[in-house]
Design a protein around this ligand. Structure first.
Ligand code: GLC
Length: 752
């Protein structure tokens, strides 16, 4: 399609109409010009094809594990494979763009949609999102990276104003989007409902145009979340290309009138239309329909992913994998009625659903399985159910407790009131574990839950997440050791809610939520403050063990332009094959800003046979050492010492090495009348020029106190120098409020 000529032949009305949906899931065609409509459909962990619009049946499709499970695999290749399968199902169901992945940060475990999001860490989330997008788009189907930005709570999600400082926004809440946009080029990006620093995301020019399109080079279409547009003309001017859902003829009229009145530059409309024509053209390159879903193959893939996502949190006495249990008590309604996905727009009509109980039976051999519901999937508590379960557990060799958070606890549209299991579920776990120490708790939940009240009881705990339709089989695979669990937490499990970093700022008040914790969410907060947690970010047990050795770096001192290569040997030091997620964190010894204790900067999932050793290498570029500098409006990697930390979790660092970055790209320090001496001294240019001046000061001072030398200017001395220097600097700078160091110092030098 010659898009430019197509654009030129479109009337103003046709162009305006294209920028709003025809239906909830279809764009407007232009029959006169042979421009077809394209179909979008929810995701993100399955195709929710709803031909009847908002009402009507949902076409069956594979319900894969949700994002919090995907991220727990730490396996980008596996997530890419999922993307490819999703694309196949889109093609079979006539869908051109799947609305996902969601990659909002898990700022608080209370967020009702955390099951749809990857992580508390932008590096892990960004790579998961990029892999999924790559997988889907490799087959000619589009994606929609969502929800840009700061959609971190469901509470008042349509109107809340997220108040985020520039550094926190870029370093934490935009970073995963930035990586995925630059690396995977999603066809579309979906804006969030909420406001960001006072302006709705749907009409936030800074977000949609300055950052997304101009700074990150996004060439796709910005689509609104459904109903997120408040002022269509303002939104279009801000960079919001497509409003959904349709039809909304009044929106088309508003655009036409705005262009005619001169309130909207027609060039802005043409820019959006060109972006839309481009993805419509791309969608046409891949014929849809005419094939059917490979239900069995995708069910098997869903099972493989779910098993790889499961995190073994506790395994006292190596109770798992089950080996010689001849009587197994299966307790929990979730064992018969599995809870494998969350509520809201991501809800899939599965092609089939594994019964955890039946799948267990298939692998249990001669073992006798008994069953008791144990609890109801609502907040009713019935002591008789607990008594029945306890009796069953007492007669068995091992008790398996399938415990799922009920739908009323976790869904799109509302947040959790707490991070606890239901009271009657806690009572059940405690009672059963008291009777049967060989108890295993299998959890189905979308985000961290508190376990302090009961974690000491059961011998083993397996986090199975929102595991998708094949999760029942995956649980059986892990319990019987057909799969060695290799999931690692992509979010911290805190001891209690009040320990969480956003606790005092969430959910905000008077329509605003202040991100007062800054960049310190998740392990960035817990590790920096030394706050104990139940299970740390990156944690997970295995049926084997892993040893780390021979950490080496490509250079002790390296330039930002060269980057750094880190290599480490990982050995399976146990008796069974297994996989682990090798994690690389960076710690900055000193910076102009306060930084988290450590930040994840690389990871790799590694499969090892017993006794096998593999060398894993990571390339760290300057960005891996950088923080976002609000003064420079960009990421800055400063010279200085950094620790490279390699391990199995943020709290289990096995090896470390200290390296020195020689930053040649650091932008010049802006010296203002408020600059501190340390700012003058931090900048290599400034320090080289002011050193002679400093020497004169030290020479004068040392006559009073011989201990004064340039090297040992102590903290107190520095304050003195700051006051002298600051005052002196202020004198010079009085009428030059802000310049680069070189300009000011050349001026100082010239004046002697
Ligand atoms: C919903 C969700 C978004 C979804 C869209 C279409 O409100 O926020 O994730 O893709 O609307 O259903």
């Amino acid at each position: 399609m010659d898009l430019k000529s197509l654009l030129e032949r479109m009337t103003l009305e046709e162009k305006a109409a294209l920028c709003t949906g025809l239906t909830p899931w279809d764009t407007v065609p232009v029959e006169r010009l042979g421009l077809p409509s394209i179909i979008v459909s929810d995701g993100p962990h399955g195709v929710r094809r709803a031909p009847g619009g908002f009402s009507g049946d949902i076409v069956p499709a594979t319900c894969f594990p949700t994002a919090s499970a995907l991220a727990s695999t730490w396996d980008v290749e596996l997530v890419r494979e999922l993307g490819e399968a999703l694309a196949d199902e889109c093609i079979a169901l006539d869908v051109d763009i799947v609305l996902g992945p969601g990659t909002n940060m898990k700022r608080t475990p209370l967020c009702g949609r955390n099951f749809e999001y990857f992580s508390e860490d932008p590096h892990l989330a960004g790579r998961m999102a990029a892999s999924l997008i790559d997988g889907v788009q490799s087959k000619g189907v589009g994606t929609s990276l969502k929800h840009l930005a700061a959609n971190n709570q469901e509470e008042q999600r349509f109107t809340i104003d997220a108040q985020i400082d520039e550094r926190t926004l870029h370093e934490l809440y935009l970073a995963a989007f930035e990586y995925a946009v630059k690396e995977a080029k999603p066809w579309t990006v979906m804006c969030a409902y909420n406001r960001l620093n006072g302006t709705y995301a749907s009409q936030n020019h800074y977000l949609l145009t300055e950052v997304l399109k101009d700074r990150w080079g996004f060439e796709g279409v910005v689509v609104s979340d459904w109903g997120a547009v408040h002022d269509r003309v303002a939104a279009l001017a801000a960079g919001l290309d497509l409003e959904m859902p349709g039809p909304q003829p009044q929106r088309t009229r508003a655009i036409v009138e705005a262009v005619r009145s001169g309130d909207l530059d027609e060039a802005a409309l043409d820019e959006s239309v060109m972006r839309l024509l481009s993805i419509i053209d791309k969608a046409q390159q891949t014929p849809k329909g005419g094939v059917s879903i490979d239900i069995d193959a995708h069910h098997a893939l869903a099972r493989r992913i779910a098993a790889e996502a499961m995190v073994l949190l506790k395994n006292e006495g190596n109770l798992l994998p089950l080996h010689d249990a001849s009587r197994i008590a299966v307790i929990g309604v979730a064992a018969k009625e599995p809870y494998f996905q969350g509520g809201g727009s991501s809800h899939i009509n599965p092609t089939r659903v594994d019964s955890p109980f039946d799948e267990l039976q298939k692998l249990a051999g001669d073992a006798v399985l008994t069953y008791a519901p144990g609890y109801a999937m609502d907040d009713s508590s019935d002591p008789a159910l607990i008594e029945e379960a306890v009796a069953l557990a007492g007669e068995a060799d091992v008790a398996l407790l399938y415990v799922a958070l009920p739908p009323m606890k976790e869904s799109e549209g509302y947040d959790r009131p707490d991070i606890d299991l239901m009271d009657h579920q806690v009572a059940l776990i405690k009672a059963v574990a008291a009777r049967q120490p060989k108890s295993v708790v299998i959890l189905n939940n979308g985000s961290a839950v508190a376990m302090q009240d009961w974690i000491d009881g059961p011998a083993a705990v397996l986090e199975a997440w929102m595991m998708g339709q094949a999760g029942g089989g995956a649980i059986a695979d892990v319990l019987f050791g057909k799969v060695n669990p290799s999931g690692r937490l992509a979010e911290t499990f805190p001891i209690k809610l009040s320990d969480t970093p956003a606790y005092i700022n969430y959910p905000g008040d008077l329509g605003k939520v202040r991100y007062g914790e800054g960049v310190f969410i998740g392990y960035r907060y817990y590790d920096t403050t030394g706050t104990d947690v139940l299970f740390p970010f990156g944690y997970g047990l295995s049926y084997t063990t892993f040893a780390y050795g021979n950490l080496r770096v490509s250079a002790e001192t390296f330039k930002d332009v060269d980057g750094l290569t880190v290599s480490v040997d990982v050995t399976n030091s146990g008796a069974v094959a297994g996989k682990t997620a090798v994690q690389v964190y960076v710690h900055d010894h000193a910076a102009a800003v306060i930084r988290p204790d450590k930040e994840l900067r690389a990871f790799a999932k590694v499969a090892l046979a017993p006794g096998e050793t593999k060398t894993v290498s990571f390339a760290l570029d300057a960005r891996a050492f950088a923080y976002y500098h609000a003064g420079h409006h960009d990421f800055v990697a400063e010279s200085g010492a950094f620790d490279i930390l390699v391990g199995e979790s943020s709290a289990d660092i096995r090896l470390s090495a200290t390296v020195t970055l020689d930053a040649t790209q650091t932008p010049p320090t802006k010296i203002t009348r408020d600059s501190l001496f340390r700012d003058w001294r931090r900048d290599p240019q400034a320090y080289a020029v002011i050193e002679p001046i400093l020497l004169r000061i030290v020479d004068f001072a040392s006559k009073i106190d011989p201990s004064w030398t340039l090297e040992n200017i102590g903290w107190a001395d520095e304050l003195l120098l700051e006051s002298v220097f600051g005052f002196w600097g202020a004198q010079v700078l009085d009428d030059t409020p802000e310049q680069t160091v070189t300009d000011v110092l050349a001026q100082l030098h010239a004046e002697g």
